[in-house]
Structures are given as C-alpha cells and as structure tokens.
Ligand binder design. Structure first.
Ligand code: FSA
Length: 443
C-alpha cells in the first residue's frame, strides 16, 4: 500500500485531454497544491477526441441502484449537475433536444429495449418523414427518411461545445494552480518511472523524470502503450467530417435537436465560429490491428490522421442524402478519425492498478466519455483518495476476467456499416483515404 495521499502530495497526470483536464480541475478545487499535467500537444491537443466542435449530451437523474445501468446513470447524473450549474461548463451545454432513430427492425428493437426503457414518457414517436421534418425549424430537413422511425425528446438532452468545454476546464485548472507542461519534448511522456514494482512518475522526451507520489494515467486510447491492460481495452476509432455552411445557413440551422440514427450517423447544428456542420457516420468502429512480437493477441494501435476512409465519407453522404439531400454533394472541408477505448462491458476503468500501488488508471471511456467532463475528474479524485463509492469502484474495477480471449471484433451493441468492427486502411494507403486539403498530419 502506498503512503496516504495528502493535499501537498505530488501528483502527475499523464495526458492533457478530456479526463485529464477534468481530473486536474477537480484536484485543484479540492486544494491539491502539486498537480502537474503532461501532454505532448498544447491543449486542446489536435489528437484529443475531445477537441471537437460538438458532442451529444443527455441529462440523467440520480439513482442509487448498483447494477451496471444504474451506475452509468448515476455517473451521467453527476455530469448533468456540472452541465447545468458549474460555471466552467454550463455555458457550453445546449438543451436543444434529441432524436434517436433507426431504420432496420434490429436497430429499432435495440432503441426500444435500451435507450428508451424506463424513459418512454419523455419521448414522442416519429413515424413518417413529416414527423421528422416537424422537429426542426426552417424546413432544414428536406429528406425522405426512407424506412426511418424515431423518438424525439424536446428537452433534457442536446449537445455540448466540446473544445470550448475542454479549454474552459484547462484554464480554470491552471488558474487554480495546476501546472501544465505541454508540447514536445518537454510534455511528451515516453514512459512511466518504474521502481520496485511501483510507478513513481513519468519520463518525458527531454530526459526529465517527473517524480510523483501518485501518477494518474489519463491518456484515452493511448493507455495500453504505457501499461499492460491484460486485454481489457480496445482502442477504436470513429470518423467525422465537416461541410461548410454560409452565414445565412448557420442562422437557419441554429438550435436544432441532435439527430442520431443508431445505424447511419448523427449531426448537430453548425458551429458558431466557422459555420461548419459536423456529421458522424455511425458504426462499430475501426481498429488498427498489430500483432506485437511478445503479445499473444493482436492489439489495436492508434494513429492520428486528419482524413477519414473514403467509405466513411460515402456513408456520411448517404446519411445526408436521406435527411438533407440538398447538402449531400458538399465537399468535406475537414475530417478526422477520433480514438476512444472500449472495455468489453463498456463500463469505465477507474481504479488503482492492481500491482503498482501508486498508479491510478483512468481509462475505458467506451465512446461515451466526453459528456462526463464536468464530473469524471471528481470520481478519479475519489479513487486517488481511496474513497470511490462502492458501486462505482466495483463496476469500474480492474477486471481482466470479463475479457478472456480475442474480443476485438465484437460490435458491442453498436449498429451501422454491417455491424462490423472494420480495419482501418493503412495510414499511407492514399487511395482509401479522403484527401482534404490541409488535412494531413496531426494538426
Ligand atoms: O449517445 C452518445 O453518447 C453518442 S456517443 C458518439 C459516438 O460517436 C457513438 O455514436 C459511437 O458509437 C462511439 O461510441 C463513439 O461515440
């Protein structure tokens, strides 16, 4: 057991993305005076999934149940408090409503059994293209919605401006005393300081050892590069593209509910600064499988790219052609792959490492981590202090026993693209990637 943590303990957070900034903020708010954040990129990092114009957010109500679903809902309820009441985050939450929809019988059944169960009264059923069109102002939905059915709730859900919320958390954490060392080589962590079976900080590419009483690993999908996760994490990429809107269109498309088809994709309104409309195609994700010489199973290894596979661009256009065909021919002006890390049960992994007593693991966002930025750092801080509430500690524990053997192709309750986890084209296979001007590299 490592020595007890106190407010002047030295704490190094490896990573400067969504969960790392949230953790830094919660720690300094609790009075920790020696918190250092390390990231190879200035914040907001160009490769952080949180560096995005928008993400879906739904406001959940508290519950004290302790099954997996209740624990997820209780965590989401804590986030909702932040989106509604914390001045660091509240300006970025837009309660514009949410439409969940699908087209095939399997997807519709999934929505009814999971998304809507227990919440049926909050939603209005959408049965026809006219029903969908009536949910949005100014005639923006012009499509035929072939075979679509949906459910609309007009409040209690919407979207958040992800990048602005991330930067807001970072600035407030810094104002309250967290030290951010970013950029390469000084912020680029090349390994953990391993000593006597424990972890005592992190080494950066400038040769410096940032020694610490506690190290928190909060690097999203890059986590398996630092410790062996015993097959618990699957780094998986999703895809997004932006099209350009005019200033007039940006006005017309304001305050739209989120439209999410669980097998085709989703969009929210154009961003207020550049007037770009972001569209994601929905699918079980892409992996980059590599069999490393000393590992038994293939591992998915993230790489950054500001392009998407051409097949993803085609799905984005198909999605647009069903809902807003007047926009389907607009070229993508920005696109990227975004990495998340799934666990096999899609629960978070927030725990002390079982064999490194000073290392806290904050991983396993499972594709729904961003919406927790207001509160996740509080749970991670509770874990650091050894007082994470029992039901969270149980569900978010180190749990290799639930992920025996290769589960890399499991779609994990996601739909779209034939319900297959797809292989990313090789990074340099240019024929299979979009070629959006200015999109190469990591910036
Ligand atoms: O309801 C939500 O939280 C949407 S998460 C957005 C998304 O792109 C997923 O649709 C996708 O399946 C994956 O989990 C990454 O995040």
């Amino acid at each position: 057991m490592a020595a007890k943590v106190s407010k002047d303990s030295s704490i190094v957070i490896v990573g400067g993305g969504t969960w790392a900034c949230s953790t830094a903020l919660h720690l300094v708010r609790r009075g920790y005076s020696n918190v250092t954040v390390l990231d190879a990129h200035p914040i907001p990092s160009s490769i952080s999934a949180g560096n995005d114009v928008n993400k879906i957010a739904e406001l959940a109500s508290p519950t004290d149940g302790d099954d997996a679903e209740s624990v997820a809902q209780a965590a989401a309820a804590a986030a909702a408090q932040g989106w509604l009441h914390d001045p660091v985050f509240a300006p970025y939450y837009h309660d514009t409503g949410f439409i969940v929809s699908g087209s095939s019988p399997e997807a519709l059944k999934h929505i009814v059994d999971s998304e809507l169960r227990g919440h049926e009264k909050e939603y209005t059923k959408l049965n026809s293209a006219d029903d969908f069109r009536a949910c949005m102002p100014n005639g923006v939905l012009t499509g035929d919605f072939p075979n679509w059915q949906g459910w609309h709730k007009s409040k209690g859900a919407g979207w958040v401006h992800a990048r602005k919320a991330l930067v807001s958390a970072y600035k407030e954490a810094e104002r309250l005393g967290a030290r951010f060392i970013t950029g390469s080589p000084q912020g680029e962590v090349i390994g953990l300081v391993q000593e006597g079976g424990d972890v005592r900080g992190a080494k950066t590419a400038d040769g410096y050892e940032h020694r610490a009483d506690r190290t928190i690993l909060a690097v999203g999908a890059s986590a398996p590069q630092f410790v062996d996760f015993e097959n618990q994490l699957r780094p998986t990429a999703w895809t997004l593209g932006h099209i350009k809107m005019t200033e007039e269109e940006a006005q017309l498309y304001k305050n739209l509910p989120v439209l999410f088809n669980v097998e085709k994709g989703f969009f929210m309104e154009p961003d207020e600064d550049r007037h770009e409309l972001k569209i994601c195609d929905e699918h079980p994700g892409y992996c980059n499988w590599v069999t490393l010489p000393d590992s038994k199973l293939p591992e998915s290894v993230p790489f950054a790219k500001h392009q998407v596979p051409i097949e993803s661009e085609q799905r984005i256009k198909q999605f647009l052609s069903e809902i807003m065909p007047h926009l389907a021919d607009r070229p993508l002006v920005h696109a990227r792959i975004c990495w998340c890390a799934d666990t096999h049960d899609r629960g978070f992994l927030i725990t002390y490492h079982p064999s490194h007593p000073s290392l806290v693991i904050a991983a396993g966002d499972s594709g729904h981590g961003f919406a927790h930025i207001p509160s996740i750092g509080g749970f991670i801080s509770d874990c650091l202090e050894g007082r994470l509430e029992g039901r969270f500690a149980r569900h978010w524990r180190w749990r290799p026993e639930i992920a025996q053997g290769f589960w890399g192709k499991d779609p994990l309750d996601r739909y779209g693209a034939g319900r297959e986890v797809m292989d990313l084209p090789q990074r340099c296979d240019e024929r299979r990637w979009t070629r959006i001007p200015g999109g190469e590299g990591e910036s």
